[in-house]
Design a binder for this molecule. Structure first.
Ligand code: HEM
Length: 347
């Protein structure tokens, strides 16, 4: 057993925590594209100008949202397993407010398709479609952040239940949400930069440069929001993040973020150079995974009551069998779809 999180915790708990982090990182990559992409689309609609980036965002946003939602299922299962009482209690306390996430996602989803179909011709209509979709996704992001913080704040549960309120107010909500929204910009920038390059080749340089600048602004603002969050977070969370088992993740996160910023800076100077975009993307990917590790490390205290039970319990073999069967099913479906696409539509 190593002394690094999550292995330092031992037993099945470290396995499920590791899987929670990795699957959440995948979810974060897709929501980053959705939040950053819809932000770009809103600005383009307000300016009344189409540009190559808003066009690829329009084409890819429905797919990215579908991927974000499906990629949310795996961490949802793991978060329920690891933080049972806290997660469920926060869901129940927020009640209708929490359930409102579902209609918000449905409305947002259809608006993205409406936007893609270009059926709405008038500029006012286009702005309305983009702004309402952005409000839907912003609401969902806010809800997850609020639910997460409420699940950590046991002291607030009784008061919220007694008041019958469905809104959890804490000084950590705004900086945390801001951190997520700003962190979405470099993620979207990386995805969209590859897409405009693939579509427009050498003519994409101006768009890639703009994306690089947006990525740099996102890195700076999300870092600022993270420092603000540090001041507002609970003493328990700060204590957990100070544990030696989190040290390597802090170093890895700061290194990845710094490398990402440098690489984006070089992309802004030489937007045609593919190698720097590749480095910015790899560093961004590492920043997402290491950031997810640090995020998880802030709630070590929430694990304590369950830890003994987890270490005593088994389930690894059953889990491994289920994982193999699921992966085999995914591969089989992939092959069926590929064959279907290669054969083309039925005559
Ligand atoms: C547009 C859609 C979505 C957006 C913008 C979004 C955004 C977010 C954000 C910002 C967080 C981080 C919360 C925090 O750390 O403060 C988060 C966490 C999470 N999301 Fe999503 N999400 C979306 C859809 C979904 C869906 C549909 C699912 C489930 C199927 C899901 C599952 C999760 C899970 C399990 C977490 C971790 C919760 C925790 O650790 O407390 N998300 N999401």
């Amino acid at each position: 057993m190593t002394s690094v999180f999550p292995w330092a915790l031992g037993g099945p708990l470290s396995l499920y925590l590791g899987l929670l982090v990795v699957t959440l990182a995948l979810h974060a990559a897709f929501i980053g594209y959705v939040l950053g992409g819809i932000g770009w689309v809103v600005v383009a609609a307000i300016r009344g100008r189409k540009d190559p980036v808003s066009e690829v965002a329009r084409d890819w946003l429905p797919f990215a949202l579908g991927a974000a939602i499906t990629a949310g299922v795996a961490p949802l299962l793991f978060v329920q397993l690891v933080y049972q009482e806290r997660f469920y209690t926060a869901n129940l306390l927020l009640f209708h407010r929490w359930m409102a996430v579902v209609p918000a996602l449905i409305v947002g989803f259809y608006l993205l398709y409406l936007h893609k179909s270009e059926k709405v011709k008038r500029r006012g209509g286009q702005i309305a479609v983009a702004v309402i979709a952005a409000a839907c996704f912003g609401f969902v992001a806010w809800s997850w952040t609020e639910n997460h913080l409420l699940s950590q704040d046991k002291g607030a549960w009784q008061g919220l239940y007694a008041s019958g309120g469905m809104l959890y107010v804490s000084p950590a909500v705004v900086p945390r949400l801001l951190m997520w929204l700003m962190a979405s910009l470099p993620i979207f920038a990386a995805g969209a930069a590859w897409q405009v390059r693939a579509k427009h080749g050498d003519e994409s340089a101006a768009s890639v440069r703009r994306l690089a600048i947006v990525a740099l602004v996102g890195i700076a603002l999300s870092t600022g929001a993270a420092l603000w969050l540090w001041q507002q977070m609970s003493d328990d969370a700060r204590y957990d993040l100070d544990q030696s088992m989190m040290g390597p993740w802090w170093i890895a996160l700061i290194t990845a973020r710094a490398a990402e910023a440098i690489a984006w800076g070089l992309v802004a100077r030489r937007p045609a150079a593919r190698a720097w975009l590749a480095r910015a993307s790899v560093a961004g990917g590492l920043a997402i995974v290491t950031g997810a590790m640090v995020r998880e490390g802030a709630r070590l205290h929430a694990l304590e009551p369950l830890r003994e039970r987890w270490i005593m319990s088994g389930g690894k073999i059953l889990f491994a069998i289920a994982a193999v069967v699921s992966i085999a099913a995914i591969v089989a479906l992939y092959k069926i779809v590929r064959r279907g696409l290669a054969e083309g539509p039925p005559a």
